[in-house]
Design a binder for this molecule. Structure first.
Ligand SMILES: [Zn+2]
Ligand SMILES: [Zn+2]
Length: 243
């Protein structure tokens, strides 16, 4: 590829830059952070009469992975994720006989939802192994670029593939809000089942690092990362893509 074209393509790629926010975490050995706080693991997600602890189609309680209190996010993140209220929660069935990492994005073996807290949370003692409690204490801003596999990237890498440049202009791994997904396989953006619009990536959650803490030894197979997607119009329509 001629170098002028190569440079032009890189310039276009750079224009796709987005901010992302990596989560700052702290161990919470007693797991007693407030019900409405942003957190990973433990037994204290916020629950209401209308949003109880979700159970899977296998009838077992799902495992609580994480929740983000959207109303407490810094302004910039609210703007980037286009969310400013409610608590975003992620539960996944970890029953070893349930194949919780099946391909269906809208599977009943996952629960991704936004709930709007009113008053005291219900309490629930889940009948499943739980994940180690971790508090999310803040967010660090980073810069994300889309991976070369995203449709919007037009880069002819058949010749002169500049690996150094590409690794410096990539997406961040780890738990983060907004930015570009760090896909482990091909990009996959589901469409909203209500309006058929392409859903927007809002949250990346590592799955394997969390399951390392589990006593069950369940490893989630080769699915190590979850990508939470939201319909731009129907904020309550959420999905998780796992890879
Ligand atoms: Zn299940
Ligand atoms: Zn929709």
């Amino acid at each position: 590829m001629d170098s002028k074209r190569n440079e032009d393509q890189k310039k276009d790629w750079l224009k796709l830059k987005r901010p992302c926010w990596k989560m700052v975490k702290m161990n919470d050995p007693k797991g007693k952070s407030p019900y409405e706080a942003s957190k990973k693991g433990g037994t204290r997600p916020y629950l209401s009469l209308f949003n109880k602890w979700p159970s899977c189609s296998c009838r077992k309680d799902m495992t609580f992975f994480a929740q983000i209190n959207l109303s407490k996010l810094p302004k910039k993140i609210k703007k980037a994720t286009r969310n400013d209220s409610g608590i975003l929660q992620l539960f996944i069935c970890t029953n070893i006989n349930c194949h919780p990492v099946g391909p269906s994005t809208f599977s009943r073996r996952n629960c991704v939802r936004i709930i709007y807290p009113k008053g005291k949370s219900l309490r629930h003692t889940p009948s499943v192994k739980i994940l180690k409690s971790i508090k999310i204490t803040g967010y660090t801003e980073k810069v994300d670029y889309p991976l070369i596999s995203e449709d919007c990237v037009n880069y002819d890498h058949s010749e002169n593939e500049d690996m150094n440049w590409m690794s410096e202009h990539s997406s961040n791994a780890g738990d983060k809000l907004s930015g570009w997904p760090m896909w482990t396989k091909s990009p996959k953006y589901p469409n909203c089942p209500k309006c058929n619009k392409q859903m927007i990536f809002i949250w990346q959650q590592e799955l394997i690092s969390m399951t390392d803490y589990m006593n069950s030894g369940h490893t989630f197979g080769d699915k190590r990362r979850g990508y939470i997607m939201q319909c731009p119009t129907h904020k309550k329509v959420l999905a998780i893509v796992k890879q």
